[in-house]
Design a protein around this ligand. Structure first.
Ligand SMILES: [Zn+2]
Length: 72
């Protein structure tokens, strides 16, 4: 499982939870100092504007939501 130790590109999993509400996280915002914030789709959208100006990088995996619901 050593491949999961890659810090910069590991995909979000079901264990990653939104920092605001505890729902499954689909967006990770990485600050310039390396601090990471996780958001569900709802809160990612809510904080989108602020994150865009403060985060060094944003990993948006909200595409997976539609994929997963379509698979059901
Ligand atoms: Zn949330």
């Amino acid at each position: 499982m050593t491949e999961n130790l890659l810090l910069t590109s590991s995909p979000l999993s079901a264990l990653d939870r939104c920092d605001r509400c505890g729902a499954q996280a689909y967006v990770r915002a990485v600050m310039a100092n390396g601090f990471e914030l996780l958001f569900c789709a709802h809160h990612a959208k809510k904080y989108q504007d602020g994150l865009a100006s403060t985060a060094a990088r944003i990993d948006d995996e909200t595409d997976r939501i539609t994929e997963e619901s379509a698979a059901r």
